[in-house]
Write a protein of this length. Structure first.
Length: 176
């Protein structure tokens, strides 16, 4: 199977470098384009309630919280862009064309929509290995993408308890 347009979902966790390397290797072998994609959760954004005074909230405290959230979002986006630039340099050394984008959206829906819009033929994402109640409470982006993507999905299996600097030694790769 040959892939020509590889969408890579990155969250910049400890698994991201391994996910990127796996996608880069596939893209280089297949002479494919890569698109790096990061979703910023809408939870990151906090807008002040419209009637904060009527709710007994101090407008000053609400404004302060909003300013802190805005600074955090700006810092997060700057870190994402810096990491994208580093990944792009690595890809260019292997003659792989790379573009990137981040969006404020739900990760699962955002990845599937971007794959459709960009006409990806493969999505590469990671999975932390959560199970049971943890997965039920925190959700599973990889599970959502597996069931809603229009194209092939490569899940790079991580281990939530593994060293935070690398993919687990017993890395598993699953094509779906």
């Amino acid at each position: 199977m040959s892939f020509k347009r590889v969408l890579v979902g990155l969250d910049f966790s400890s698994l991201s470098q391994g996910i990127f390397q796996e996608a880069l290797e596939l893209a280089a072998q297949n002479h494919a384009e890569m698109f790096l994609f990061h979703c910023i959760s809408a939870d990151t954004l906090m807008t002040p309630p419209p009637f904060s005074g009527e709710l007994g909230l101090s407008p000053h405290l609400v404004d302060q919280a909003y300013q802190v959230q805005t600074m955090k979002l700006e810092e997060h986006t700057q870190q994402a862009i810096a990491q994208f630039q580093e990944y792009k340099k690595q890809a260019e050394r292997l003659n792989v064309t790379v573009d990137f984008e981040y969006q404020v959206t739900d990760a699962g829906t955002g990845l599937c929509r971007k794959a459709q819009d960009w006409d990806a033929d493969l999505i590469v994402i990671g999975r932390r290995g959560r199970q049971g109640l943890t997965e039920m409470l925190l959700g599973s982006i990889s599970n959502y993408v597996l069931h809603h993507a229009h194209c092939a999905v490569l899940v790079v299996q991580g281990n939530e308890n593994a060293d935070h600097n690398a993919i687990s030694q017993s890395q598993a790769i699953e094509y779906v």
